[in-house]
Ligand binder design. Structure first.
Ligand SMILES: [Zn+2]
Length: 378
């Protein structure tokens, strides 16, 4: 399972200089390629047979014409310009698909960043001892907060004001009890009963809604009858019957859900929610919402034991609905009425509950939580 993590670095002066150089190379390669593609597009106006260079074409041309005359390129890792070209090419692809505007030229000091790759297993270029990270051609750099000691696939070093950050993709071993069964995150839905990170939707039972309405009606009838009257006694009996029915429907749907979860997954992650806070915040009317939360958790607890799977409670401060499940880098306000998550960072669009479920699935103690921006999802 690949996870992403972003934290501050504490580089020394020499390392900061190396970082700045690498940012410079990335920016130079990016801007050079951008200018080159613009030229090609100009030429194509007259001659459509001219090919728009691919990322590989750009890299070849960069080595031939740019690197050969700019010695300082060789002071940084070769992945730095290569990734900058790939990013630029992707930006143009988005432009060609009319998803975004033409890529702009990068200015020094604006979103300075560069990319490094891990290399092969036999020759790992990025190492991590939990407190420091070893970067190719830069060396051991101190981390501001500890990182689980794992293999790192790649990283992006970026600068924000005077601080340097590292965003890492790394492999995390799943605490699986049965390798054949996957991990699942479950979002207790607003609209649905539950949505899993695998995309399975458990709708609220229709009968439940219908019965809930009848229940309210029956309650009103009881309160209108004269105390001690026979009619009141009858109405109370009817109300009790309905209560039992509603409770059975709720239990039944929760049983089906928890059985499916516990049986088919090795790890089930749910939010550790305060029932009271949950009801207040989510304004739920669903089968789990009203007093089904305890039941949901109780059932999961014993069923996971039965199927030797594991129940993990996700910290309740984790903003599962606000984080982008695709890039993990963005977090914005999500009013309850917004049913769709739209990431202004990477453009990811997803159903609100599915996005939340994916975040819950990915959660681990100490996961990086981006700062909430003022952007409100549309
Ligand atoms: Zn995103």
């Amino acid at each position: 399972m690949l996870l992403s993590f972003k934290t501050a670095l504490i580089p020394n002066d020499k390392q900061q200089t190396a970082f700045k150089k690498a940012c410079g190379v990335a920016r130079h390669a990016y801007n050079w390629a951008n200018a080159h593609i613009k030229e090609v597009l100009e030429l194509r106006k007259d001659d459509k047979s001219i090919k728009i260079p691919s990322a590989i074409d750009l890299h070849k041309k960069l080595i031939e014409t740019v690197k050969s005359v700019n010695e300082w390129y060789y002071e940084t890792n070769k992945n730095v310009p290569q990734k900058a070209l790939a990013d630029l090419r992707q930006a143009w692809d988005r432009c060609f698909k009319k998803v975004s505007k033409q890529p702009r030229f990068k200015k020094k000091g604006q979103r300075d960043s560069f990319y490094l790759e891990a290399g092969t297993k036999a020759k790992p270029l990025i190492k991590n001892d939990g407190k420091r990270v070893k970067l190719p051609s830069i060396g051991w750099v101190r981390l501001a907060e500890p990182l689980p000691v794992t293999a790192i696939h790649n990283c992006v070093i970026s600068r924000q004001a005077d601080r340097w950050f590292i965003a890492i993709k790394y492999e995390m071993e799943q605490p699986t009890l049965n390798v054949k069964r996957p991990t699942v995150g479950v979002d207790i839905g607003v609209k649905e009963l539950a949505v899993t990170s695998t995309g399975k939707v458990f709708p609220n039972p229709k009968a439940y809604r219908r019965m809930s309405k009848r229940l309210k009606l029956a309650q009103r009838r009881v309160s209108k009858k004269v105390k001690g009257s026979k009619n009141r006694a009858k109405a109370i009996k009817k109300l009790a019957k309905l209560h039992a029915k509603v409770s059975n429907i709720r239990k039944d749907s929760i049983h089906k859900l928890t059985h499916y979860l516990a049986k088919n997954h090795s790890v089930i992650k749910i939010e550790d929610l305060h029932v009271k806070a949950f009801l207040k915040n989510h304004k739920l009317a669903g089968a789990i919402g009203d007093c089904g939360m305890y039941e949901f958790r109780r059932q999961l607890e014993y069923k996971t034991e039965k199927f030797s799977s594991k129940l993990i409670l996700v910290n309740r401060i984790f903003p599962s609905s606000q984080i982008c499940s695709n890039c993990g880098n963005h977090r914005h306000k999500m009013p309850l009425k917004n049913r769709v998550y739209v990431c202004p960072d990477c453009g990811h669009i997803e159903d609100r509950d599915l996005n939340a479920a994916k975040n819950i699935e990915r959660w681990f103690d100490g996961i990086y939580i981006p700062k909430c921006s003022d952007v409100v999802s549309q």
